[in-house]
Design a protein around this ligand. Structure first.
Ligand SMILES: NC(=O)c1ccc[n+]([C@@H]2O[C@H](COP(=O)([O-])OP(=O)(O)OC[C@H]3O[C@@H](n4cnc5c(N)ncnc54)[C@H](OP(=O)(O)O)[C@@H]3O)[C@@H](O)[C@H]2O)c1
Length: 278
């Protein structure tokens, strides 16, 4: 029997890097993908098992968790990483897109958490202190224009993290938010395609600025390995912080989040002009 961690969304980006990092550090890793056999850099490892589910498909999540239970490994951690970032003005974003933002980032996280908690309670009974790590975002601390729905989903992830932690503390299960600032992953190119759809709207002129604005944020982003190490520490440190903001100059984001809203408005307006995000 090995100590195992489930990481959702390991096909690319933070999930892929985190799964590889946890394998390097001796865990058995279950990584979820929606389709295909899983990335070769993971599947070549003996201690890696692929599970197939979309986080919006409750039955498929159940089957994936059943696979973990049947394997007999002790599930000691869950990393809720799978996520999408829908961008564009709230006024014009489609109903399907704003639903998808919450279906994946919020309801998907709740479904995976509910389905895996029985295994985490079992691990607790064997003396382990299991953990749930939710991949949030600096967008769960601050709301930038045109990623408003994404921010709303990550603010919900922050609330879920705090509430779950307080509900589960008597059971010895810890719940931690790891909130990255910009990270160099494919999520950015996916977002760029969406914002193209708003070019001909009344927001067209502003969105002209959004291209360089997001490109500058991505270029200044950190490598996914930095986030993977923060997740590893959240899973293994004796007394981990419950809220880990992983970005350059994180103190600035924290200070801005505490500033009066009109002051925040001015900062966002100015930084949009300067093609900078934070
Ligand atoms: N990159 C950043 O700057 C940044 C900053 C802060 C927070 N984050 C957060 O980090 C997490 C990972 O994002 P990333 O940057 O690594 O982006 P990414 O490379 O696009 O990875 C997203 C992962 O989520 C999976 N996923 C998407 N929809 C899913 C669904 N319905 N069911 C199951 N899996 C699904 C994707 O699988 P498919 O390949 O099948 O789509 C992919 O494996 C997200 O929660 C994101 O919000 C990212």
């Amino acid at each position: 029997m090995h100590d195992a961690i489930l990481v959702t969304g390991v096909s690319s980006g933070i999930g892929l890097t985190t799964a590889a990092h946890l394998l390097d550090r001796g865990f058995h890793v279950y990584g979820s993908v929606r389709r295909g056999a899983g990335p070769e850099e993971l599947t070549k490892e003996q201690r890696f098992s692929v599970v197939h589910f979309d986080v919006t498909d409750r039955e498929a999540i159940r089957r994936g968790v059943e696979q973990i239970r049947t394997d007999g490994n002790r599930l000691v951690g869950v990393v809720n990483n799978a996520g999408v970032a829908i961008s564009g003005p709230v006024e014009t974003i489609s109903e399907a897109e704003y639903h998808r933002q919450f279906e994946v980032n919020v309801f998907g996280l709740i479904a995976v958490t509910q389905e895996t908690l029985p295994l985490l309670h079992e691990a607790r009974e064997t003396g382990f202190r299991p953990r749930i790590v939710n991949i949030s975002s600096v967008s769960g601390y601050l709301t930038s224009p045109f990623t408003t729905l994404y921010s709303a989903s990550k603010f919900a992830v922050e609330a879920l993290t705090d509430g779950l932690r307080r509900e589960l503390m008597t059971f010895g299960i810890d719940v931690i938010s790891v909130a990255p600032g910009p990270v160099k992953t494919p999520i950015w190119s996916k977002g760029r395609e969406q914002t193209e759809a708003f070019r001909n709207s009344r927001y067209g002129a502003m969105l002209e600025k959004l291209g360089p604005y997001t490109e500058a944020a991505e270029a200044a982003g950190i490598e996914p390995e930095v986030v993977a190490e923060a997740v590893y520490r959240a899973l293994t440190d004796e007394n981990p912080r419950p809220d880990v903001l992983v970005m350059k100059k994180s103190w600035m984001a924290k200070a801005l989040a505490l500033a009066p809203k009109r002051v925040q408005d001015k900062v966002f307006a100015k930084r949009l002009d300067q093609n900078r995000r934070y």
